[in-house]
Ligand binder design. Structure first.
Ligand code: IPD
Ligand code: CA
Ligand code: CA
Ligand code: CA
Length: 264
């Protein structure tokens, strides 16, 4: 598989940031931790990785804008291109020594996500996708699962923090999904949840209260792997809605039907 120049820029930046994250994961007990809100942590590792990503991407594409979890929005002179950066998706796992976290970088062109990279530094798994070029895990083509029966499906979710508006609603949706599928997972990294749908490890996934940088790269990965992505209510734009649902064509629809039924 030959990587495009754009993909090389993205994967090089991500690998550089990953080296920093791995070093910090090895010394997590010494990291400075602060709280952005209840149960919402940020560490020096998040900030360092974000700075590395931003500097590397800015060097390669000086005019593009940024939407970053820690640094916020930075407009570029090229207003049609923006990077969506989550330097450490799964901070809670990272802090607890749970090896399920990643770096996620998506690129938007003219309001469409056209490229995405999600890298898990512990398992050394690099998920990449570019519009029209397919989705890959460590250079091998990936596809969403072919499973058709919702009763056999493993469905991932994200649990909203207590106090968030969507919490009561989520509990109803969870009860409905739990009653219909083979298993529910809460792995703790939205980006990896989408990457796992893209490669067929998980059959479907939904979450409310997600941010653009949590899901941008995942959106293109799932679509390029043959999957369907919408917001959690079936609408077309998960980033605008701040919620997401995805899976293969059949299980995506089944999941949306369950979520809808829970809210009736
Ligand atoms: C969080 C993770 C988690 C999801 C939350 C996100 P962070 O991102 O993706 O799985 O449930 O909605 O905020 O804060 O670890 O980057
Ligand atoms: Ca965070
Ligand atoms: Ca995140
Ligand atoms: Ca993060």
């Amino acid at each position: 598989m030959i990587r495009s120049p754009l993909m090389t820029v993205m994967t090089d930046a991500v690998m550089k940031a990953a080296r920093s994250l791995k070093r910090d994961y090895g010394e997590v007990e010494n990291l400075q931790v602060s709280r952005k809100g209840p149960g919402d942590f940020v560490t020096a590792a998040d900030r360092k990785a974000e700075t590395i990503l931003r500097e590397a991407l800015e060097k390669a594409r000086p005019n593009y804008g940024f939407v970053m979890e820690e640094g916020g929005v930075v407009e570029g002179s090229d207003t049609s291109h923006r990077w969506f950066i989550d330097p450490l998706d799964g901070t809670t796992n990272f802090l607890h020594g749970i090896p399920q976290f990643c770096i996620s970088v998506g690129l938007e062109r003219d309001r469409q996500i056209v490229a995405g990279v999600i890298y898990d530094p512990v398992k050394d798994e690099m998920f990449i996708a570019e519009r029209g070029a397919g989705a890959f895990l460590n250079n091998r083509r990936i596809r969403v699962a072919a499973r058709r029966d919702v009763g056999d499906a493993v469905v991932a979710c994200g649990i909203p923090q207590v106090g968030r508006g969507s919490h009561p609603r989520f509990l109803k949706e969870l009860a409905m999904v739990m009653g219909s599928v083979a298993g529910v997972r809460r792995m703790g990294s939205a980006a990896l949840d989408m990457a796992y749908v893209a490669c067929g490890r998980q059959d479907a996934y939904w979450e409310r209260d997600v941010q653009s940088y949590d899901i941008a790269a995942g959106i293109i990965l799932v679509r390029e792997a043959g999957g369907f992505v919408s917001n959690a209510d079936g609408g077309p734009d998960p980033i605008a809605a701040g919620s997401v649902a995805c899976g293969n064509e059949i299980l995506h629809k089944e999941l949306l039907d369950l979520v809808k039924a829970a809210n009736r």
